[in-house]
Design a protein around this ligand. Structure first.
Ligand SMILES: [Fe+2]
Length: 182
């Protein structure tokens, strides 16, 4: 059993109203930590991307920022458009917290460095994350968000929640990439 307290790592998980969904989200993260062979102390050190050299933003901080960004977008859309845009808040939080969970399998530690794993070279995180979430019985709306949040989803039709997490994710990536490259 994982020693990591996922509720403490992602306080936003407590905002998921539906208890089974909340527990399943926690189970996926616990399983990913265990399957990836990570320790609790690793979790604040795993960078959220390997595309930014020496990235100092952790996967945990990125995931929280994306979740908070997605909720802020949802609040503005609901405030501005009311019933014209239907957003399932529980699904939005669950999919946001899980969108990058597959990175715990896509990455590994080698000689102290976080690098792409053998599995990750074949399956990027939308695939491994979706598979993990399927294993824990997450609903299709959440599986869809994980699978379609990244460029792999560009050819498909994203749900409203997937559109939100897709943009929340990139707005929490591009500015950091720009800053690192300048
Ligand atoms: Fe992300």
């Amino acid at each position: 059993m994982s020693q990591v307290n996922i509720g403490n790592l992602f306080p936003e998980v407590k905002d998921i109203q539906e208890e089974d969904l909340r527990k399943s989200v926690i189970s996926v993260w616990e399983d990913a930590v265990e399957l990836g062979g990570w320790k609790a102390s690793d979790l604040h050190e795993i960078p959220f991307t390997l595309l930014i050299p020496d990235c100092s933003v952790s996967l945990v901080d990125h995931t929280r920022a994306v979740t908070k960004t997605a909720l802020a977008i949802a609040d503005i859309l609901m405030d501005s458009y009311g019933d014209k845009v239907k957003i399932d808040r529980d699904i939005l939080i669950a999919g946001s917290i899980l969108h990058d969970v597959g990175k715990l399998l896509e990455y590994t530690r080698e000689s102290g460095e976080v690098v792409k794993s053998a599995l990750g070279a074949l399956l990027r995180h939308p695939f491994s994350g979706q598979a993990l979430a399927f294993k824990h019985g997450l609903p299709p709306q959440v599986l869809h968000m994980i699978a379609y949040h990244s460029k792999e989803g560009d050819l498909g039709k994203r749900s409203i929640e997937a559109i939100i997490v897709h943009h929340a994710d990139f707005v929490n990536f591009e500015p950091l990439k720009e800053t690192a490259g300048s």
